[in-house]
Design a protein around this ligand. Structure first.
Ligand SMILES: C[S@@+](CC[C@H](N)C(=O)[O-])C[C@H]1O[C@@H](n2cnc3c(N)ncnc32)[C@H](O)[C@@H]1O
Length: 318
């Protein structure tokens, strides 16, 4: 069997994507490949935060549609970019060899970098937290600007694990204002997973920056996944306050222009957004572009009964 046939067999055996199968192939002992790959697969890291709009539930659908990951992308020679990384569900699903992750949310990016560089100190700090409303409010009131990076990361993960629905929302002056969440026994410190995440982030570049900076780096053959704040389905359903900045129509148009430029360079581009006429119009008529509807369950509604299926779109240039 050739190497690519073995990688395909690994992907099939572990019901996974070709990029991650590539990772398994490189990491496993070649004398005992499939057994060893099985052990490595058991230790696959998961996103370390809950993030609104997390893509984990949709990845199998993307794969079954043949749209993910792009067939021509070669993880040995080319890079993967995720410029709206959030919880990083796609990155953790692929584990590409060369990756650059970024987001505008500076506390989130600090948290990624602390996990990457200083995970043991972070674990020590996370173990000191308590799941109590009064304590939560005290931690929430702290100003992240006055904290060390470890304290920022520890507070960020604590608030994400114990705040209402794992939401990240700030008021107009940038203060985190999500209420205390009611859980049975929230896991604040999943130390094994944090160590796995830390290992996976070795060699990965993680920056706080606007998504447009991807244009400075992306080259022909690279793979870029955009998961921006969605264009609202209706005026009341808008949820764009991941950061104090808004992501409105003008930003959607600029993002489309960034997509076009990457398309022109010969990058593989994949983008998620809402299934709205505005988004359909924005992306129709671009060379090679396909707009595919996918079904997602509405995660933002806390009431399970209102968490119905809604359409989203996956836009690709391959
Ligand atoms: C829909 S979420 C991404 C969810 C992620 N794919 C996941 O699976 O968890 C959008 C992200 O975009 C970030 N963001 C908003 N405006 C941005 C900008 N101009 N540049 C970069 N990131 C931005 C937000 O902080 C948020 O983390």
């Amino acid at each position: 069997m050739t190497q690519s046939q073995i990688i395909l067999k690994l992907a099939k055996t572990f019901n996974t994507n070709r990029i991650y199968a590539h990772y398994l192939f490189n990491a496993a002992d070649k004398n005992n490949l499939f057994d060893n790959a099985k052990e490595i697969n058991k230790q696959k890291p998961k996103p370390f935060i809950k993030w609104v709009g997390g893509k984990r539930q949709l990845l199998k659908q993307f794969r079954d549609l043949g749209l993910y990951p792009p067939e021509g992308f070669n993880p040995s020679t080319n890079s993967y970019f995720e410029p709206f990384v959030g919880g990083g569900a796609v990155f953790f699903d692929l584990i590409p060899k060369k990756a650059e992750l970024s987001d505008l949310n500076s506390e989130l990016v600090t948290t990624y970098n602390v996990i990457k560089n200083n995970v043991e100190e972070l674990i020590k700090s996370l173990k000191k937290h308590k799941y109590e409303k009064e304590y939560y409010l005290k931690v929430r009131a702290k100003d992240p600007e006055k904290l060390s990076d470890i304290e920022v990361a520890s507070r960020f993960i604590f608030l994400n694990r114990t705040g209402f629905n794992g939401m990240y929302r700030v008021n107009s002056s940038g203060k985190f204002n999500v209420p205390f969440g009611k859980y049975k026994n929230p896991i604040i410190c999943d130390e094994e997973n944090l160590r796995r995440v830390s290992k996976t982030l070795e060699g990965v570049i993680i920056r706080q920056q606007d998504y447009k900076n991807v244009l400075k780096k992306a080259k022909k053959g690279d793979f870029i996944y955009f998961d921006p704040p969605y264009y609202p389905v209706s005026s009341t359903s808008s949820f764009t306050s991941y950061t104090a900045n808004n992501f409105s129509e003008r930003e959607q148009v600029e993002l489309r222009d960034t997509f076009i430029e990457l398309n022109r360079r010969g990058c593989y581009v994949m983008l998620s957004n809402s299934d709205t006429s505005f988004i359909h119009e924005l992306y129709s008529g671009i060379d090679n572009v396909r707009i595919t509807k996918v079904k997602a369950s509405r995660a933002i509604n806390s009431k399970a009964s209102k968490r119905g299926k809604i359409n989203e779109v996956l836009i690709t240039n391959y």
